[in-house]
Design a protein around this ligand. Structure first.
Ligand SMILES: *Cc1c(COP(=O)(O)O)cnc(C)c1O
Length: 408
């Protein structure tokens, strides 16, 4: 048997059935009218932000990275929770505007911004995190044509990366951000061109579980921001410290010690260099805020044996949960937390693999896990489905189409 990842806190059994926000998933599936279904919990979303606020210094604003989950009801809920939103495309700009998020609370990073996207963002008053000198020139030209002082920040390609992170975003050659040594010259140019100077965005990596690694990176980020601000010769209004807080997906993973991270940051904030005294700081988090608040539900359509192995074949699959299948940036495939939702909390009776309905051997949601015996009609749950699920999976593969989604 292969181990399963740890089921996040906040999920319980009612009459032997997995419940989210006090409601049995069988009732939620009945309400949605179908599986596959993603369910996101308001309570878990709110609790996560509240815990973060307690742990972090008050001076630190918390932003949500929309790409982790752009489901509109969830975004609307987050509007009352976080201080700002980070988007990475014109499509995400349309989504945040559709749910009524004030563009002044939005910043826009991401390489390859087209002119139409730059124009929409500048006209709306969104802060652009510029990814290159070329993008800076295009933004300035568009702003001049519109007669607007654009809100511009520079995304810095730092000369370090977040250790132990699942996805490295800084250090060495990258399509993201502007190499640190070229940043001061560009900052001076933007300021003298009359831009509304918003400062630096420094994102060094994702999915780190080690508080020590995050603390070290935040220290390097603050030092780099101070040095670049000095060299730019201008006060730094804002500094986005990136994020990178991971969640436990796999057996043996431990949650980030946010209390330690917050305490270290508070110490640094108490002892900032002169040039950062009046800077507003934020972090931008995606999966940490929403990942554990979501669960993916699929119905067992078939139960079969092959060469002594048991397969629970579901109506879901990697077309909604690419990450759980191990095909979204993971090197070694390991099991996400998963369970038989209709026999939640029952003892392990057998080894089985939960697979999807796609005609590819990649479509495996749990490999040789230990589960209570499940049969056709049972519902399986894949946890940690709140981030990089529905919107980060190839829903149209094999003509399957999207899963249902629900916020409870
Ligand atoms: C993807 C991304 C995030 C969110 O990453 P998570 O691992 O989900 O927290 C934040 N900022 C930037 C610039 C990103 O590209």
């Amino acid at each position: 048997m292969k181990p399963l990842g740890p089921i996040p806190a906040g999920y319980e059994a009612i009459d032997g059935v997995l419940a989210v926000a006090g409601r049995k998933v069988t009732d939620l599936v009945a309400e949605a009218g179908r599986t596959p279904l993603f369910v996101y919990s308001r309570d878990l979303l709110s609790a996560r932000v509240a815990a973060l606020r307690v742990a972090m210094p008050e001076r630190l604003a918390i932003h949500y990275a929309v790409k982790a989950n752009p489901y509109q009801p969830l975004l609307k809920h987050m509007l009352g929770q976080v201080d700002g939103f980070d988007i990475a495309s014109g499509g995400e700009l349309e989504i945040v505007r559709a749910v009524g998020i004030d563009p002044a609370r939005v910043s826009f990073a991401g390489p390859g911004k087209r002119d139409a996207e730059l124009e929409a963002a500048i006209a709306a008053g969104v802060t652009l995190n510029l990814e290159s000198e070329g993008e800076a020139s295009r933004a300035l030209a568009i702003a001049e044509r519109l007669g607007i002082a654009p809100r511009l920040a520079i995304r810095v390609n730092p000369d370090f990366d977040l250790k132990g992170s699942g996805m490295k975003m800084g250090g060495g050659a990258k399509p993201f951000g502007i190499d640190a040594e070229r940043v001061p010259a560009l900052a001076r140019k933007l300021i003298s061109a009359g831009a509304d100077w918003r400062g630096f965005h420094i994102f060094a990596g994702s999915q780190a579980l080690s508080a020590d690694a995050i603390i070290e990176t935040q220290g390097q980020t603050l030092a780099l921001a101070a040095r670049l601000a000095e060299e730019s010769g201008a006060a730094l209004p804002k500094c986005n410290l990136g994020g990178g807080f991971g969640i436990p997906y796999f057996p043996g993973d431990e949650p980030v010690d946010i209390v330690a991270v917050g305490a270290a940051l508070a110490e640094r904030f108490a002892d900032l260099p002169e040039v950062l005294q009046d800077t507003a700081f934020c972090i931008e988090l995606g999966r940490y805020l929403v990942g554990e608040a979501g669960v993916y539900l699929a119905t067992v359509v078939d139960r079969k044996e092959s060469h002594g192995e048991t397969y629970l074949v579901t109506d879901g699959g990697l077309h909604h949960q690419l990450a759980a299948s191990g095909n979204f940036g993971t090197v070694v495939r390991r099991n996400y937390p998963s369970a038989i939702a209709t026999r939640f909390g029952e003892a392990v009776e057998e080894e089985a693999s939960i697979v999807g309905c796609l005609c590819t051997p990649l479509d495996r949601l749990a490999d040789k896990g230990g589960f209570p015996r499940a049969d056709v009609g049972d519902i399986v749950a894949i946890f940690c489905a709140g981030a990089y699920g529905a919107s980060a999976s190839p829903a149209m593969f094999l003509g399957q189409g999207p899963a249902a989604e629900m916020l409870v």
